[in-house]
Design a protein. Structure first.
Lengths: 145, 110
């Protein structure tokens, strides 16, 4: 596939953390085949997508196997967009401000996921559930360099 | 099993094969904690065969490091590839752990 080819894929997975690695591997393979850099695939995409999926499954859907997580990737000549949607009630992302400047950052076991997504992707948007749109959607954009 | 355990002198070496992520963090953590319960105090995690680590994997390492420090021991890390080093630098966890280029380097200094 050439760098200029546009591509879109969608997935629907049960809320089971064992589903994360195979899905991330599939997205990474598609991005590598499309000419994205190995580093972007191995680091930025792998980690950010793992974080988004695990948040959706564990925090959004509370690991309820009856609930579904929707994921999609859109890739064109300029950027990759990843979207992950759960069936949860959502949260106010502006209230999550964990950063390495926090006093307990180095001792904390959890709370680095959103920081990593924001650090590894060029843009991260969080869309809260609405009447038109159930569940929380995380949209992440990585520009192709 | 995504982890292998060996001993080198009195250092326990745990090698992570594949990813250290939300799907296996608990197994990894429990594997190491079991060794700590048996008396291991100096533990080296070898990332030579590791792909990527997510925030859950980082959290497991932080938790184990704290547990070992409380027990008078230490957890050190070796053979992180460039991507993993970037991850530790981004999260500033490179200031919490002693990082070594290779397993051999770490064992010499442990």
């Amino acid at each position: 596939m050439s760098n200029s080819s546009a591509m879109r894929r969608e997935w629907s997975v049960r809320s089971d953390i064992s589903k994360i690695e195979p899905l991330v591997a599939e997205v990474v393979n598609l991005c590598l085949s499309a000419g994205m850099s190995s580093r972007a695939c191995r680091l930025n995409i792998s980690v950010a997508l793992t974080e988004a999926l695990s948040n959706a499954i564990i925090c959004g859907n509370h690991s309820d196997a009856a609930k579904i997580v929707m994921a999609s990737m859109s890739l064109d000549a300029t950027s990759l967009t990843l979207e992950v949607t759960d069936e949860g009630q959502g949260f106010d992302a502006s209230e999550i401000t964990c950063s390495p400047d926090d006093a307990d950052w180095l001792e904390r076991e959890d709370g680095r996921g959103l920081f990593l997504m924001r650090s590894l992707m060029d843009k991260v948007e969080i869309q809260k559930p609405s009447q038109q749109h159930g569940g929380l959607t995380v949209r992440m954009v990585l520009h192709r360099s | 099993m995504p982890f292998t355990i060996e001993t080198a002198g009195d250092v326990l070496v745990v090698a992570v094969v594949g990813q250290l992520v939300v799907g296996n963090r608990q197994e990894f953590k429990q594997t190491v904690l079991d060794e700590v319960e048996k008396g291991a105090k100096r533990i080296l995690v070898d990332f030579a065969e590791t792909g990527y680590v997510d925030s859950s994997g980082l959290g497991a390492l932080v938790s184990l490091s704290k547990r070992l420090r409380e027990a008078g021991g230490s957890l050190r890390l070796a053979a992180l590839n460039e991507d993993l080093r970037t991850l530790f630098e981004l999260t500033r966890l490179d200031t919490l752990f002693k990082l070594y280029a290779t397993r051999a380097d770490a064992l010499l200094d442990f």
